[in-house]
Design a protein around this ligand. Structure first.
Ligand code: HEC
Ligand code: HEC
Ligand code: HEC
Ligand code: HEC
Ligand code: HEC
Ligand code: HEC
Length: 266
C-alpha cells in the first residue's frame, strides 16, 4: 500500500514537473517530434524561419558523443548559440553540412551562406523550416519502418535497432575528432531505488558508453569516482537532472518506468 502510494505520488510529480515547466499540461510529443530541437536565437530576427533539428535522423547516423563532445553542442535547446558564421566556418552544423560526403557517401548539403543564389533558396529551407510547408527528404515513417518498435519516445527501440545492425552510429569525424585511447569500460551495476518493493535499476555502463563515451556523463552529470557519490532522487530525475538529462528528451522517456526499474523484487 505504502509503495503504491509513493509510486502514485511520483507519477503525480511527473505531471506537476511538466506542468511547472510550461504552464500548460504538455501533450505527449508524436513519435517524429520526440527529440526535436527548435533553434531560434537569431533566425527570426534575421527574417528566416527557426531551425529544426531532429535527433531521430542524426542519432541513427552518429553517436551522441561525436556531436556533444567532439563538435561541442550543448545538451540544452538553444544553449549553443550557433551563428550562421560558425556554420560557414565549419563548426557546429557546418562540421558536417559542408558538401563533403557523409556516412553513406552522399554529399551532405551545405549549411548557411552569406549570399543566396535563387537556386539555393530551397537549401536554406531544409533547416530553417519551422512553420513552413516543406517536404523533408527524410520521412520519419519511411526511415524508421524497419526499426524495432518501442513504447514511448520515438516509438523505436533504439538499443535493439543498434543490436540488430539497423543503425550503425559513427563515432569519428575526420578533421574534428581526435584518435583517443579508449578507457576501460566499467562494469554494469544495479542502483537501489531505496524504497521497499520498488525494483532496482540495472545500469549498463557498457551500453551507455557506446552512445555517450565517458565524457557525456563524467564529471558533469555524475562525478563518477565511486558509485554512490552522486546523491539523487526520482524527483530530480523527473525535473531533468541526472538520468533525466537524456531520458526526458532524447533517450526513451521516464514514463517507461519498467525499462529502468527492471530487476526483479526479491
Ligand atoms: C548530429 C549531432 C547530434 C547527435 C548525433 C546527437 N545530438 Fe543531441 N543535440 C544536438 C543539437 C544540435 C542540440 C541542440 C543544441 C542547441 O540548441 O544549442 C542537441 C540537444 C540535445 C539535448 C537537449 C534537448 C532539449 O530539448 O533541450 C539532449 C538531452 C541531447 N541532445 C541528447 C543527445 C543524446 C542522448 C544523443 C544520442 C542518442 C544525442 N543527443 C545525439 C546534436 C546532436
Ligand atoms: C555529425 C554530422 C552532422 C551534424 C553536426 C549535423 N548534421 Fe544534419 N545531417 C547530417 C547528415 C549526414 C544528413 C543526411 C543528409 C543527406 O543525406 O542529404 C543530415 C540531415 C539533416 C536534415 C534533413 C533534411 C531533410 O531534407 O530531410 C536536417 C534538417 C539537418 N540535418 C539539420 C541539421 C542542423 C540544424 C544541424 C545543426 C544544429 C545539423 N543538421 C548538424 C549530418 C549532420
Ligand atoms: C544545416 C542546417 C542549416 C542550413 C541548411 C542553413 N542554416 Fe542558417 N542557421 C542554422 C542554424 C542552426 C542557425 C542558428 C539558428 C538560431 O539560433 O536562430 C542558423 C542561423 C542563420 C542566420 C541567423 C543570423 C546569424 O548570424 O546567425 C542566418 C542569417 C542564416 N542562418 C542564413 C542561412 C541561409 C541564407 C541559408 C541558405 C543558404 C541557411 N542559413 C541554411 C542552420 C542552417
Ligand atoms: C550515461 C552515463 C554514463 C556513462 C556514459 C558512463 N558512466 Fe560511469 N557512472 C555513471 C553512473 C550513473 C555512475 C554511478 C554514480 C554514482 O552512483 O555516484 C557511474 C560510476 C562510475 C565509476 C565509479 C564506479 C564504482 O563502482 O564505484 C567509474 C570509475 C566510472 N563511472 C567510469 C566510467 C568510464 C571510464 C566511462 C566510459 C568508458 C563511463 N563511466 C561512462 C554513468 C555513466
Ligand atoms: C548522456 C545521456 C544519458 C544519460 C545521462 C543516461 N542515459 Fe540511459 N540511455 C541513453 C541512451 C541514448 C540510451 C539508448 C536507448 C534510447 O535512446 O532510448 C539509453 C538506454 C538506457 C537503458 C536501456 C539499455 C539497458 O541498459 O538495458 C536503461 C535501462 C537506461 N538507459 C538507464 C539509465 C539510468 C538509470 C540512468 C541514470 C543513472 C541513465 N540511463 C542515464 C542515454 C543516457
Ligand atoms: C531512466 C531510468 C529511470 C526511469 C525511466 C524511471 N526511474 Fe525511477 N529511479 C531511477 C533511478 C536511477 C533511481 C534511484 C535514485 C537513487 O539513487 O536513489 C530511481 C528511484 C525511484 C524511486 C525511489 C524513490 C526516489 O525518489 O528516489 C521510485 C519510487 C521510482 N524511481 C519510481 C519511478 C516511476 C513511478 C517511474 C515511471 C513513471 C520511474 N521511476 C522511471 C531511474 C529511473
Amino acid at each position: 500500500m505504502k509503495r503504491t502510494l509513493t509510486v502514485m505520488f511520483l507519477v503525480f510529480i511527473l505531471a506537476a514537473v511538466t506542468f511547472a515547466q510550461t504552464g500548460v499540461k504538455k501533450r505527449r510529443p508524436l513519435p517524429f517530434e520526440y527529440g526535436r530541437v527548435v533553434i531560434n536565437n537569431y533566425s527570426e530576427k534575421a527574417g528566416l524561419a527557426p531551425v529544426v533539428f531532429d535527433h531521430w535522423l542524426h542519432r541513427a547516423k552518429y553517436t551522441c558523443r561525436l556531436c556533444h563532445v567532439d563538435i561541442g553542442f550543448a545538451m540544452k535547446s538553444g544553449a549553443t548559440a550557433i551563428k550562421a558564421s560558425d556554420n560557414i566556418s565549419g563548426y557546429y552544423c557546418g562540421a558536417c553540412h559542408n558538401k563533403k560526403p557523409g556516412p553513406d557517401g552522399k554529399k551532405v548539403f551545405e549549411s548557411c551562406s552569406t549570399t543566396v543564389p535563387p537556386e539555393e533558396k530551397t537549401r536554406c529551407l531544409r533547416c530553417h523550416f519551422l512553420g513552413k510547408n516543406v517536404k523533408p527528404e527524410y520521412d520519419f515513417v519511411n526511415f524508421t519502418e524497419r526499426f524495432p518498435k518501442g513504447r514511448f519516445g520515438n516509438g523505436i527501440d533504439w538499443e535493439k535497432a543498434e543490436a540488430e545492425g539497423l543503425v550503425k552510429p559513427i563515432d569519428f569525424l575526420e578533421g574534428v575528432s581526435i584518435k583517443r585511447q579508449s578507457l576501460a569500460v566499467q562494469k554494469d551495476f544495479s542502483l537501489s531505488p531505496k524504497l521497499e518493493g520498488m525494483p532496482d535499476i540495472i545500469f549498463s555502463h557498457k551500453k551507455h558508453t557506446v552512445w555517450s563515451g565517458c565524457e557525456l556523463c563524467h564529471p558533469e552529470i555524475f562525478i563518477g569516482v565511486q558509485k554512490g557519490t552522486t546523491k539523487y532522487s526520482m524527483i530530480e530525475i523527473f525535473s531533468g537532472k541526472y538520468c533525466g538529462v537524456c531520458h526526458t528528451s532524447v533517450a526513451f522517456p521516464l514514463t517507461d518506468c519498467q525499462r529502468c526499474h527492471t530487476k526483479a523484487v526479491q
